[in-house]
Ligand binder design. Structure first.
Ligand code: FEO
Length: 181
C-alpha cells in the first residue's frame, strides 16, 4: 500500500522516464539524419532501457494497489550542435534523473515505506551505470575532437550495442525481466 504522496511521486517518475525515452528517440532520429547510424542505434537501445524504467515503476504502482497514471509527455528538443553536445545534454539529463530517484528514496525513507525503498534500490544502481556510460562517451568524443575518421570508428562501435532489456511487457515487467535473467 502506497501513500497518496508516494503514489503521486512515483507516477511523476513514470512520466520522467517516458520523457527520457522520448528524448533518446529524438536523439536517435537526429543521429540518423546526420548519417550516424551507430549513434542512432545507441540511442534507440537507450530508448528501450528508458521504457523498461518507466514500465517497471508503472507495474509497481499497480501491484501496490494504486492507480498508474498515463500523463502527457513533454516534447523533447530536436536539434543538437554535435555528437558531443548530445552526450553532454544526455549526462545533464541523467544527473537530473539521479536527483529525482534520490528524492523518491528520501520520501520512501521518511514514510517508512520499506517496500518502495527496496524497489528503488535497483534505480539507484542503474543510475550509476547510466552516468558512467555517458561520461565514457563524452571522454571519447573529446579525444576525437574534429577527427572525422575517429567519429566514423566510434559510430561503427556504437552500432554494435544491443538491447539487453525486455521489450515485451504484455505478461508483466518483472516476469519479463526474470525470464531474461
Ligand atoms: Fe531512466 Fe536514463 O534514466
Amino acid at each position: 500500500m502506497l501513500s497518496q504522496k508516494m503514489a503521486d511521486a512515483l507516477n511523476a517518475q513514470v512520466n520522467r522516464e517516458m520523457y527520457s525515452a522520448y528524448l533518446y528517440m529524438a536523439m536517435s532520429s537526429h543521429s540518423a539524419e546526420k548519417g550516424l547510424k551507430g549513434f542512432a542505434n545507441w540511442f534507440m537501445v537507450q530508448y528501450h532501457e528508458e521504457m523498461l524504467h518507466a514500465m517497471k515503476i508503472f507495474e509497481y504502482i499497480q501491484r501496490q494497489g494504486s492507480i498508474a497514471v498515463v500523463g502527457q509527455i513533454d516534447r523533447p528538443p530536436a536539434e543538437w550542435s554535435s555528437p558531443l553536445d548530445m552526450f553532454e545534454r544526455t549526462l545533464e539529463h541523467e544527473k537530473k534523473v539521479t536527483a529525482w530517484i534520490n528524492d523518491l528514496m528520501e520520501l520512501a525513507i521518511a514514510e517508512k515505506d520499506h517496500a518502495t525503498r527496496i524497489f528503488l534500490q535497483w534505480y539507484v544502481t542503474e543510475q550509476v551505470e547510466e552516468e558512467e556510460n555517458d561520461n565514457d562517451l563524452i571522454a571519447q568524443l573529446k579525444m576525437i575532437g574534429d577527427d572525422k575518421q575517429g567519429l566514423m570508428l566510434l559510430d561503427r562501435e556504437l552500432a554494435q550495442r544491443m538491447t539487453t532489456v525486455p521489450t515485451d511487457f504484455s505478461k508483466g515487467v518483472e516476469a519479463a525481466m526474470e525470464a531474461q535473467a
